[in-house]
Design a protein around this ligand. Structure first.
Ligand code: SF4
Ligand code: SF4
Length: 301
């Protein structure tokens, strides 16, 4: 029975695949994109977050901590060198100021939860999506979960950065109805600069999935000044066209800063603090440019 660390199971999503979906977020990612909106999903282990705006200073957490890892008072913080991630403080806090990101679950346990919304999937042509982090960090888990879903007639979708061994793609492709596949930056050096790794394996896996006829929607988070250039748009369009499948399209995701509070909760720096949100007219222009270059393009709104 396969297990993985799940940070969240979110129902009623309409942005993570066709129809109404339940999204299962798995922890762990090989990339470190500077704009990542889900920093709680980068590392595999369970993490404790502190939401200072909800804290009343009652100090119940400090009393509950068996390791003396909570420093209460006006500068309340977690001493992460002492924290053993036991979760006792999270249970002690009445105000939701402490959260535990991550819980180990089996594929069967996750399936038991997601199947409860089957009537919503059936009425909307929706289904179950795995996301992260990088869900294909756990290919056997995804295969088991999706096999259970297919056994119950539930549609399946993977949101992937593509940076996994090809063997992971081979394992899950037969039970995956749709891949939402990120193409972040086409220049390998720039890809490495902004995500920590180059894109060689990512492009290779996309070619493999195309060769086996996988249903793919490419996606591109548009980060002003990082990957919004004509050069990147042109190179991305050329790559998609090179796959030889006219139905392959790209969806643009406008940069946002909704994850910044989670960086603060985890005591991590957010490096893109000074990047401005892109005006809708500029993202519309990129959408139009993709179409001019022969790739069907939409913007996620
Ligand atoms: S998770 Fe456990 S060890 Fe860490 S601060 Fe909370 S109570 Fe202390
Ligand atoms: S228990 Fe919650 S509200 Fe009380 S001090 Fe700790 S974090 Fe703040």
């Amino acid at each position: 029975m396969e297990r993985s660390i799940i940070s969240n199971i979110q129902g009623y999503s309409i942005h993570d695949g066709p129809g109404i979906r339940t999204v299962v977020f798995l922890k762990g990612c090989p990339l470190r994109c500077k704009w990542c909106a889900n920093p709680e999903n980068l590392e595999v282990p369970v993490q404790i977050g502190f939401l200072s705006n909800l804290c009343t200073g009652c100090a119940r957490c400090a009393k509950a901590c068996p390791n003396g890892a909570i420093l209460p008072g006006p500068d309340h913080r977690i001493d992460r060198s002492k924290c053993k991630r036991c979760g006792a403080c999270v249970k002690a806090c009445y105000y939701g100021a402490l959260v535990s990101y991550g819980e180990e679950k089996t594929a069967e346990e996750v399936f038991d939860k997601v199947r409860r919304d089957k009537m919503f999937y059936d009425s909307s042509n929706g289904g179950v999506t795995v996301s992260g982090g990088e869900p294909l960090t756990y290919p056997e888990f995804v295969k088991e979960l999706f096999t259970l879903c297919h056994g119950d007639g539930i549609n399946t979708c993977v949101e992937t950065c593509g940076c996994v061994p090809q063997s992971a793609m081979e394992l899950v492709a037969p039970v995956t109805d749709t891949f939402y596949y990120d193409l972040k930056i086409m220049n390998p050096e720039l890809h490495k600069k902004y995500t920590g790794v180059d894109n060689v394996q990512i492009l290779s896996n996309a070619r493999y999935l195309a060769s086996v006829g996988a249903n793919i929607l490419f996606r591109q988070p548009v980060i002003p000044g990082i990957n919004s250039s004509e050069e990147n748009v042109r190179a991305t369009a050329e790559f998609i066209r090179s796959l030889g499948r006219d139905e392959y399209a790209i969806e643009l995701l406008a940069y946002h800063r909704m994850g910044t509070s989670k960086y603060a909760a985890l005591d991590k720096p957010y490096e893109l603090g000074d990047i401005q949100i892109m005006p809708a007219s500029e993202i519309d222009a990129i959408e139009a440019r993709y179409r001019e270059l022969g790739v069907n393009c939409t913007v996620s709104r």
